[in-house]
Write a protein of this length. Structure first.
Length: 368
């Protein structure tokens, strides 16, 4: 089985979800294109890198961050589902079956979670296998005696043992259908506006052009380093919206605005724990709080920074990988491919023995 994983930090956390796919002998090839701290807009970046014909299953993990972006009004349920439809359609057309993992936040158990609801209503209902942690947690806490918050490393990450367990559950499903071959894509009544990506190589800037190579043990990237008070331009197929940006969060601070209205903010990157001289590279893709609609064949933005940074932080700059675009003209049907004729509820496939084993591990292991 050849498995692709596209997600956020729960998908790159050591000894967690991805560890299942790395270590199970039934998985003959594993590719992980995840970015931490990102939302579904990252799919516009990831799609350009993926040949779905080379994968049998595509595992998606975006809920935990996207629910926060929707709540903050940096994203919307329609934008998030459009992004998910884009990868589900691309995957389905190649006969690669999507699987959705709904990871939780410890702070949102008692809040509305519109993306979770949409995934259940629109994706699981059409045969896409879904693992919903919130439903799974009710059984696990009853079995283990642990509280809901005891299942987490921090508010946005479940304990590694749980992520590993969720991955193993997905693999068990994959094994059960792998011999059936690649399912045929079927069109649906749903539609989406296609995504595209403009890499930094196609962006012209009014400052000196400086390419930075950043590298860690896990990743490497070439980036365009842009200094404050710089105009950026790049070509596109209009009409379109600039909806997101991939950048190095370790070395980026400041805001993007339309040149005609510098007082307006399309997107602002504030100082956080990611912005530090101690970090070399942390690639993220975040949504534009206010997408830029472009009717002509050239997009123009202005990057600037006002304020000060501390001695532990890098000098103000934008280290750019590229921009995610959404077409305003095209509308394509969403195709689905699945082995199932009815909803696949992965958390319901677990028996009491499975849960008892996980509960024992959680009770005897420190949360780390």
């Amino acid at each position: 089985m050849r498995v692709l994983l596209s997600g956020t930090s729960n998908s790159i956390l050591a000894k967690s979800l991805s560890y299942s796919f790395k270590t199970d002998p039934a998985v003959t090839d594993f590719t992980n294109v995840s970015y931490g701290a990102s939302g579904t807009v990252a799919l516009g970046d990831h799609l350009r890198k993926i040949d779905f014909s080379q994968h049998d299953f595509c595992v998606l993990d975006y809920c935990v961050n996207e629910e926060v972006f929707i709540w903050q009004k940096d994203s919307s349920i329609s934008a998030a589902m459009n992004n998910l439809y884009a990868i589900i359609d691309a995957s389905a057309r190649a006969g690669c079956q999507p699987i959705v993992m709904i990871f939780p936040s410890s702070t949102r158990a008692n809040h509305k979670r519109p993306l979770e609801e949409a995934i259940i209503d629109q994706l699981r209902a059409r045969g896409i296998p879904v693992f919903n942690f919130y439903d799974f947690a009710a059984r696990l806490t009853a079995q283990s005696g642990l509280g809901f918050k005891d299942l987490f490393l921090d508010p946005m990450h479940v304990r590694r043992e749980i992520g590993h367990f969720m991955g193993n559950t997905a693999i068990t499903y994959m094994k059960s259908v792998a011999q059936a071959g690649r399912p045929a894509p079927e069109p649906s009544e749903l539609s989406y506006q296609p995504l595209s990506f403009v890499p930094f190589q196609e962006v012209t800037v009014s400052c000196d052009r400086q390419i930075e190579h950043r590298e860690t043990k896990l990743a490497a990237a070439d980036l365009l380093r842009i200094t404050p008070n710089t105009q950026l331009e790049f070509p596109l197929d209009a009409p379109a919206e600039v909806i997101g940006m991939t950048y190095n969060a370790a070395r980026t601070i400041g805001k993007l605005s339309p040149p005609a209205a510098p007082g307006e903010t399309l997107m602002e990157v504030k100082a956080s724990g990611l912005f530090s001289k101690q970090r070399g590279l942390t690639l993220v893709t975040l949504p534009m709080t206010h997408p830029l609609s472009v009717q002509g064949d050239m997009a123009t933005l202005h990057y600037d920074f006002e304020g000060a940074v501390t001695d532990t932080q890098p000098s103000p700059a934008l280290e750019l990988s590229g921009f995610v675009l959404r077409s305003l003209e095209q509308s394509l049907p969403v195709h689905f491919c699945t082995h199932a004729s009815e909803p696949v509820i992965l958390e319901d496939s677990l028996n009491d023995t499975d849960l008892a084993g996980l509960a024992e591990v959680l009770a005897t292991s420190p949360a780390a």
